[in-house]
Design a protein around this ligand. Sequence first.
Ligand code: COA
Length: 188
Amino acid sequence: MEIRYFKRFRMDLALAGRDFSHAPLPPGYRLCSWHQGGIAGHAAAKFRSFHDQIDADVFPCLGDEQGCYRLMTEIAGKPGFLPTATWLLAWQEAATAPLDYIGTIQGIWDRGGFGSIQNLGVAPEHRGQGLGEILLRRALAGFQQEGLGRVFLEVTAENLVAIHLYEQLGFSRVRTSYKAVDAEPVLK
Ligand SMILES: CC(C)(COP(=O)(O)OP(=O)(O)OC[C@H]1O[C@@H](n2cnc3c(N)ncnc32)[C@H](O)[C@@H]1OP(=O)(O)O)[C@@H](O)C(=O)NCCC(=O)NCCS
């Protein structure tokens, strides 16, 4: 079995004194609380956002729908799961059209007492309109509301768009690690 190593950064942010209000959503989009979207909504948005991205190589469960559903079930079942820092973004083409779940972020209060951000994602056809930033700001405001002082996340070093977004909101890199992943042998 071949092993691939992915460089990852841990980034963190002190929340005190920061304002995480956000720009208005573009027309057709709405933020849904945890109770509106639930596991199925977040799993669907997660799959659409991650299945063909670098993180699906790092965490193969992100590459298939059932894997995303299992991961969401696991996150929602953690003792520190924070509905206030967990948001789903829905898009509706017309008033009578069904809601389409296109963006997700989840928050956990981890055992060290920090906030932990999980799986920020926006479906490819909806990117570049500020929606990722809105989801992140909404989650950070949720952590603040819960009284947490510091939040961290982990990001793959190749993911320059995500790192740019995190740095823009004030996150800084505090640690580098390498995640080993079993890679399927390439058949020639
Ligand atoms: C990271 C991600 C959530 C950003 O979502 P988004 O809705 O496109 O983000 P925004 O529109 O809020 O853009 C945030 C910043 O990234 C920039 N950006 C967005 N797409 C970009 C691209 N393709 N190339 C370069 N910069 C880009 C924006 O210009 C903006 O920076 P600016 O304010 O300086 O202009 C999205 O790319 C994604 O879902 N990626 C796949 C999943 C993933 O890797 N998530 C991160 C896990 S750690």
